[in-house]
Design a protein around this ligand. Structure first.
Ligand SMILES: NC(=O)c1ccc[n+]([C@@H]2O[C@H](COP(=O)([O-])OP(=O)(O)OC[C@H]3O[C@@H](n4cnc5c(N)ncnc54)[C@H](OP(=O)(O)O)[C@@H]3O)[C@@H](O)[C@H]2O)c1
Length: 254
């Protein structure tokens, strides 16, 4: 029977690439995000490529909306074996002394409480599959800090704490927990969201970097972790572009 994978934040970037990749791996994908039009395009593309997917409009900051995702999962054509908690992002690059409380609140709500809410809602289905996997897409900001990144780093540190705690609490039950920590990934919208639509500022993050990671690189890591034999638990996978040796050490040309 076809296994079902749920990907949050599937309407763009890493989530969309992961949905496409998991469909190629043979999963029926439930693609969840707020923008229904984007999800419809994604599902159409997956189906054209021979895969199968269902769009589920879902806001991970809403209990009711996440309950709808769980209902969609219960109606999916197979056991739910994989949840990819990918919805998230950054807002602002302001120092702690002047950062917007609203931005910090948004980052905590989406990255941390979104992961909590969706995981709680889908855990019974994952466990009853007998071979569940929960992937948490955190960031290298989960273990290091940088100027202006306080709110994002705080949220990603917290998201990582959720993943680690969950792995301990689920020990002995048939659900593994995998954390993916990407460094610099050039996606279309991450920077636009962070810099409130300022395309030049968003592009400047990648200036002179010949080959930042792209969404498909991270999707490849997620797919690899999720398709290991179920007794193999990749606790944490840190992935950066070759040009980024550390958060502060990026090789730029020109
Ligand atoms: N790009 C990077 O450099 C990078 C590096 C490390 C980690 N990450 C992490 O990777 C993940 C994906 O990032 P990305 O670069 O692919 O960014 P992105 O293109 O901006 O994608 C973010 C996704 O999250 C969804 N989302 C936002 N708020 C949501 C909500 N309330 N409910 C449901 N979905 C919501 C968005 O869809 P809707 O707007 O349609 O809801 C979108 O599909 C994030 O967790 C990010 O923190 C990114």
């Amino acid at each position: 029977m076809t296994s079902v994978a749920i990907v949050t934040g599937a309407s763009s970037g890493i989530g969309a690439a992961t949905a496409r990749r998991l469909a190629r791996e043979g999963f029926h994908v439930l693609a969840a995000a707020r923008r229904a039009d984007r999800l419809a395009d994604l599902v159409a593309g997956i189906e054209r490529a021979g895969g199968s997917a269902t769009a589920v409009t879902c806001d991970v900051t809403s209990d009711e909306s996440v309950a709808g995702l769980a209902t969609a999962a219960a109606q999916a054509p197979g056991p739910v074996t994989l949840l990819v908690n990918n919805a998230g992002g950054a807002r602002g690059l302001d120092p702690v002394e002047s950062g917007s409380v609203g931005d910090w609140q948004w980052m905590y709500d989406v990255n941390v409480l979104g992961t909590l809410r969706v995981t709680q809602a889908l855990l019974p289905a994952l466990e009853s599959s007998g071979a569940g996997t929960i992937v948490v897409v955190s960031s290298t900001a989960c273990f290091t800090v940088y100027e202006g990144g306080g709110g994002y780093a705080a949220a990603k540190h917290a998201q990582t704490a959720v993943a680690g705690t969950l792995r301990l609490e689920l020990c002995g039950r048939p659900v593994r927990v995998v954390e993916i920590d990407p460094g610099m990934v050039r996606t279309d919208e991450f920077g636009l969201v962070r810099f409130d639509g300022d395309a030049d500022r968003a592009a400047s993050v990648y200036a002179g970097v010949a080959e930042p990671l792209v969404a498909e690189d991270v999707a490849d890591c997620i797919a690899w972790c999720a398709t290991r034999p179920h007794h193999v638990n990749i606790d944490r996978l840190v992935v950066r572009p070759l040009a980024q040796a550390a958060q502060h050490k990026v090789h730029r040309v020109g």
